[in-house]
Write a protein that binds this ligand. Structure first.
Ligand code: NDP
Length: 238
């Protein structure tokens, strides 16, 4: 049977490209996001699509159990679902940073906990957490978002130490500018315009397919080798 990969946030951008890439490699898939019609429209074979808010830990766990009963144990989890709502701390709505921490950090931890017992029991499995260049560097109006992504990097490195001896790989893929819908959720039009100007000034963003390629490459090395972190960005980004 083809191995099972779970991709969170597969309804657009990096998650969508990753789902397509992994499907091409013969994975069975569990795709999670809130926009069910976008998941379904991918039309990928051997795929379960579930309309789930990743903040609902129990719903994620039920979907994982369902997928594993159909396709077998989880071989790969790509924790990709994420939210970026840029703003200055002095005037940003508190709900925005609450949502970012809930989706980018807490839901990622929950998803790891859901699959880890099976992976450690089998002494096999890979978790790819999508960090960011904003998980290594800080930028104006990115304070809460950077906080979530620095957390993803710290959590991933710490978790790797917890499960390394069990044969489970934890990988962080940290992109720079990628052409997706990520900016749409920022409420300030000024900040959005500034972000677009920055993107234009560095010659544009890379397509999500390039990130999907890196995710698959990290997975494809033999299980004895763990790529701990990949940082990839437009060549012309500073
Ligand atoms: P998109 O906005 O295109 O994709 C985000 C995905 O996350 C969507 O599929 C969305 O699905 C899903 N998502 C968001 N909130 C939830 C939720 N509560 N429950 C379930 N799914 C959710 O952006 P990207 O593809 O760019 O983002 C993917 C990841 O890449 C994020 O973690 C982001 O931080 C990271 N990243 C992106 C960069 C970029 O420049 N684009 C750079 C560095 C990192 P739906 O709305 O249907 O629920």
């Amino acid at each position: 049977m083809s191995p099972l990969a779970i991709v969170t946030g597969a309804s657009s951008g990096i998650g969508e490209a990753t789902a397509r890439r992994l499907s091409k490699e013969g994975f069975s898939l569990l795709l999670l996001a809130r926009r069910f019609e976008r998941l379904e429209s991918l039309g990928l074979p051997n795929t379960l699509c579930r309309s789930i808010d990743v903040r609902d830990h129990e719903a994620v766990a039920i979907a994982v159990r369902e997928a594993e009963s159909v396709f077998g144990p989880t071989e790969l989890l790509v924790n990709n679902a994420g939210l970026m709502q840029l703003g200055a701390v002095a005037d940003q709505k508190r709900q925005e940073w609450q949502d970012m921490f809930d989706v980018n950090v807490v839901a990622l931890l929950n998803a790891c906990q859901t699959v880890l017992p099976g992976m450690t029991a089998r002494r096999r499995g890979t978790i790819v957490n999508i960090g960011s260049i904003a998980g290594r560097n800080v930028y104006g109006n990115h304070t809460a978002y950077c906080g979530t992504k620095f957390a993803v990097h710290a959590i991933s490195e710490s978790l790797r130490k917890e499960v390394a001896a069990d044969g489970v790989r934890i990988v962080v893929v940290a992109p720079g500018l990628v052409e997706t819908e990520l900016l749409d959720h920022t409420s300030s039009e000024d900040i959005k315009a500034g972000y677009r100007d920055y993107k234009a000034s560095v010659g544009g963003a890379i397509p999500p397919e390039d990130v999907a390629e890196a995710i698959h490459w990290a997975y494809s090395l033999p299980p004895r080798t763990c790529i701990r972190e990949i940082v990839l960005a437009p060549t012309t980004q500073d």
